[in-house]
Structures are given as structure tokens and as C-alpha cells.
Ligand binder design. Structure first.
Ligand code: GN1
Ligand code: MG
Length: 361
């Protein structure tokens, strides 16, 4: 089916031009659909990667619930320009949240947010505003019962499950890569118990779950022309989880002086300026946090770096079946860079705690 035929299946009231491909993201395919007449709405068409997101119905329901919930909050607060502050899904002509082609592909359409940009790197100033944006996002969703959403990728941020996947990979060792990785295996094993703390606290009823974004990278925030965050995007992984996930995943990427896949782990340190700035912005908005959630924020940083270490390492052992790689040892390099980040975050934990306590006072 041609993309211009697909777009006709959605309830778009105005005349639009042919979809044009956009080079963003590595999971879904995205297209921009411009209005034919000035002053009318343009749209954002996406093919959903249903190999990764197997429950497209559940995924789209999640996005629908979350965006409507936020929209109602913005309306109640008397905000203007709401279509720029929350994503708007456009249903199909028969009222569904996605269109499935006869060939079995899944498509969805959002209203395009005009005159907005995203950033890959973050300055402390931008980190503070981004912290506010994600804090506000979580706060807006804090009264939406977490079990109203499904896990669009089951056990996505469940470290016990990720360790089990690693154990299965190591037992099979399909590429014979295990023998050369004893140092990594030791480093992962020595931290297992500590890293499963959050899941244990949840089972004991001590740590709550909330709705999380689960992909809190800086490039998932749209900024306006004055470089102020306006809208959180990429809602595919919005699902129940610990607030630690969103805080920790942002810090994993942004409060790191090195790269996620830095070939030289010595470049990897915690960027405390970014950590402090994001924390300041985040805590200003995330007023719903319980004491234990606040206390565990530095732990959340380690947890997410550790989880990513385990996920990259599992993919290395499995023979690179999940993450796209740019060179043969990429997943091993990623694993070592993330493991170093865990070690650095362990060292900096007292500093992080101090920074958090200063924000509170
Ligand atoms: C994937 O594709 P991207 O960059 O949005 C992954 C995240 C990982 C990240 C590591 C659905 O995200 O969980 O943290 O790679 N997303 C999925 O770079 O697995
Ligand atoms: Mg993503």
C-alpha cells in the first residue's frame, strides 16, 4: 500500500500533501504530512515496529490514555496552546487508534507540533528545564492508576527479568563469547542482589509504581523557538514502572562525560553539573514523590546503567540480535562503557545524595 493511501485511512479533515520520510529514530519509520493550505494542520505518520512492540493495540491504548489524561490536566489548569503541549493521536476513519494494512503493517498518525526542535546533547541549563519537563510529565500522570496501562514491552525495565535473560544467554553461549568475558560476568554477579532491591521493595509494598516514560533521553523533549521544553514525545514505552527508571535513564545518557558506547571507558565519569541541574528541575515538579523514592534516586542511576550493561552484554552473548551495531564488537564496547558508568556512579553516590539534599532544603 502506498503511503498516500494509508494517510487516507485516517480521519484527517483538511487537504494534505504526500507523506515525506523523516530521518529520526531507529525503531519506527516516520513521515511528515504537510497541510496543502497555509494555516491548516500538518501531521506525523509512523509505521510502528511491531517486531519490538508486539501488542500494538495495548501500546496505542496506553498512548491514548496518557495523552488524554495530560490534556484534561492542561485544560483544567486553563493552559492555552494545548495541542503543542501534548501529543494528539488522530484516529482512523472507522475510529481506531491505528491502521493495519492487509500486509500486516501498523500505522498511526499524530498532529504535527510545528516550530519545535529537539537536542542530542544537554547543557546544565537545558538539563534543568528537561528535569522540569519530565517531572511535570510524571506529576500529571501520578493520579492515573499504573495498572490501567499495559507493559508495551513486557518486563521492559525489570532487572530480575533482564538478569534471567542474561543467564539463559550465558547457558546457551551460542557464539562461544562467554569464556573471554569472565571479568564482566563477575562484575555483574557481585551486584545482583543490590540491583534487585527495587523489585523486592515493590513486592514488600514499600516502593510504588507509577506511569513512566521509560525512554527519557533529551531528544525526546521538544523545545520551542525560545529553547523552552514544550512537549514530551516518543510515548511508545510509556508504561508502569518505578520513577527511578526515568530519573536514572536520563542520567545514564546525559550526566555522563563519555558516550554510551565510549571506546575508552576512562572518558566515563558522572557529570555532576548536569546531575545537579536536572535534579533541581525534576524535584521542583515531581512533588508526588514519597521519601523512599527520593532517597533511592542515586540508586536509580546505578540501576539503569547496570540494566543497560546487562542488556548490551546479553545481546553480545546472543550474537547481536537486538541492538543495531556499527562494528562487530559494538555491544561488548557498549557493555564495558556502561559497566564503567555503574562503577563511577557508585563512587559518586555520596555526592549525588548531597546534591539531592541541598535541593530539598
Ligand atoms: C533503545 O532506540 P532507542 O535509542 O530509543 C532501547 C532503550 C535503550 C537504548 C539504549 C525499545 O532505545 O531501552 O535504553 O536503546 N529501546 C527499546 O541506547 O529497547
Ligand atoms: Mg525511543
Amino acid at each position: 500500500m502506498l503511503n498516500e493511501e494509508i494517510i487516507k485511512c485516517f480521519a484527517i479533515p483538511n487537504e494534505v500533501a504526500e507523506p515525506q520520510p523523516l530521518k529520526i529514530g531507529i525503531i519506527n519509520d516516520s513521515f511528515i504530512v504537510r497541510a496543502k493550505h497555509a494555516g491548516e494542520r500538518s501531521y506525523f505518520l509512523q509505521r510502528i515496529n511491531h517486531h519490538i512492540f508486539r501488542n500494538v493495540e495495548g501500546l496505542q491504548q496506553n498512548i491514548w490514555k496518557v495523552t488524554n489524561h495530560i490534556r484534561h490536566k492542561l485544560e483544567a489548569a486553563g493552559e492555552t496552546d494545548i495541542d503543542r503541549k501534548v501529543l494528539t493521536l488522530v484516529p482512523t476513519t472507522d475510529g481506531k487508534l491505528y491502521y493495519q494494512t492487509p500486509a500486516g503493517d501498523y500505522w498511526r498518525v499524530y498532529v504535527l507540533i510545528e516550530n519545535a526542535t529537539s537536542h542530542e546533547k544537554v547543557t546544565p541549563e537545558a538539563a534543568e528545564l528537561t528535569g522540569e519537563a519530565f517531572g511535570r510529565f510524571q506529576c500529571q500522570l501520578a493520579d492515573l492508576p499504573f495498572n490501567e496501562l499495559c507493559e508495551s514491552i513486557p518486563n521492559f525495565h525489570n532487572i530480575e527479568f533482564r538478569l534471567q535473560q542474561l543467564d539463559e544467554a550465558l547457558a546457551a553461549d551460542p557464539k562461544g563469547r562467554k569464556a573471554a568475558c569472565n571479568d564482566i560476568i563477575r562484575a555483574i554477579n557481585s551486584r545482583r542482589e543490590d540491583m534487585c532491591l527495587a523489585e523486592r521493595l515493590f513486592r514488600e509494598g514499600k516502593l510504588p509504581k507509577h506511569i513512566n516514560h521509560c525512554d527519557t533521553k533529551v531528544n525526546n523533549v521538544l523545545f520551542d523557538q525560545n529553547d523552552r521544553p514544550i512537549c514530551i514525545v516518543d510515548l511508545d514505552t510509556v508504561m508502569p514502572g518505578f520513577v527511578l527508571s526515568d530519573f536514572g535513564d536520563f542520567m545514564r545518557i546525559a550526566a555522563n562525560t563519555g558516550l554510551e558506547d565510549d571506546p575508552n571507558p576512562d572518558n566515563v565519569h558522572v557529570d555532576m553539573a548536569v546531575f545537579e541541574a536536572y535534579t533541581r528541575g525534576y524535584l521542583r515538579q515531581a512533588t508526588f514523590l514519597t521519601d523512599i523514592e527520593k532517597e533511592l534516586l542515586p540508586y536509580g542511576c546505578r540501576l539503569l546503567s547496570y540494566m543497560q550493561t546487562v542488556r548490551f552484554f546479553t545481546d553480545w552473548i546472543n550474537g547481536d540480535t537486538y541492538y543495531k551495531i556499527q562494528y562487530p564488537e559494538h555491544n561488548l564496547v557498549r557493555t564495558r562503557a556502561q559497566l564503567r558508568l555503574v562503577e563511577e556512579q557508585e563512587k559518586m553516590e555520596p555526592e549525588m545524595k548531597r546534591a539531592i539534599s541541598q535541593v530539598k532544603s
